[in-house]
Write a protein that binds this ligand. Structure first.
Ligand code: C5P
Length: 243
């Protein structure tokens, strides 16, 4: 998948809506995928499900023609990252996250080689503020500055994309240029509950800010009708493209 295929006029917004399978069992995940039906084409599997049979389930989804984002946020010595990414590439995933440390990003790009896997970098975890960074041993540096520094390093290494909060998407897009992926969580359709997300934006605003893909979990997986909830978000995304 290249950005060109996701930004053609006849694009299928389903390719750009990533539904977060934030559940603890494969049975629950399978039930959600069935209920969303053909409104869902792309699913994210994170720690919670990955360590509970989620990697096998990823294979099952890929076998059904769905795309999979493995949100595993890898970070280790270069050889381990490279070999791990090689295995993820063989599994057939479309997106994989790594922490935006230069060694790690280079190793991941090496590991994906010519496969269709795309490596996404996480610059600074959004749960970290300036004082958390200092506590973790970094020389005093504002988190926002570190995001910019790492986004530039990611770009220079040739990373496929970056995961960032929607309000940062515009700034990150300016650094990355037009042809890389920007994947944003923290999305809430108008009127939905924010939950523990502090800064949320609507699907339309995230698209307008330059996001290529939106990650949405609770507003879909906890909805009484997950298929209708996904469809409503797809409609909002399409409207933003037409505006
Ligand atoms: O339920 P909700 O739509 O808030 O879920 C968003 C998904 O995106 C979750 O899987 C969450 O872990 C992930 N995420 C996030 N904020 C970040 C990075 C990832 O919400 N900064």
């Amino acid at each position: 998948m290249s950005l060109r295929t996701v930004s053609t006029p006849v694009e299928d917004m389903r390719e750009r809506l990533i539904i977060g399978l934030d559940v603890s069992t494969v049975e629950e995940a399978r039930a959600i995928v069935e209920r969303v039906g053909d409104a869902g084409a792309f699913y994210k599997i994170g720690y919670q499900l990955a360590y509970a049979g989620g990697l096998e389930f990823a294979r099952e989804l890929i076998g059904q023609g769905k795309k999979v984002f493995l949100d595993l946020k890898l970070h280790d010595i270069a050889n381990t990252v490279e070999q791990g990414v090689r295995s993820v590439a063989r599994l057939g995933a479309t997106f994989l996250t790594v922490h935006a440390y230069p060694q790690t990003m280079r190793a991941a790009m090496q590991g994906k080689a010519e496969s269709s896997l795309n490596i996404l970098a996480v610059t600074v975890l959004t749960s970290y503020d300036d004082s958390d960074l200092e506590e973790a041993g970094y020389a005093p540096v504002p988190a926002a500055e570190l995001v910019v520094r790492r986004a530039k390093q990611a770009r220079d290494i040739g990373i496929d994309g970056i995961v960032c909060a929607a309000p940062e998407a515009q700034r990150v897009r300016a650094i990355l240029g037009p042809d890389r992926f920007i994947v944003t969580p923290g999305i809430r359709p108008a009127g939905a509950e924010a939950g523990d997300q502090k800064r949320v934006v609507t699907p339309a605003d995230a698209i307008r800010a330059g996001a290529t893909h939106l990650v949405v979990a609770r507003p879909i997986i906890k909805a009484a009708d997950p298929r209708a909830a996904a469809q409503a978000i797809l409609d909002e995304m399409s409207q933003a493209r037409q505006a």
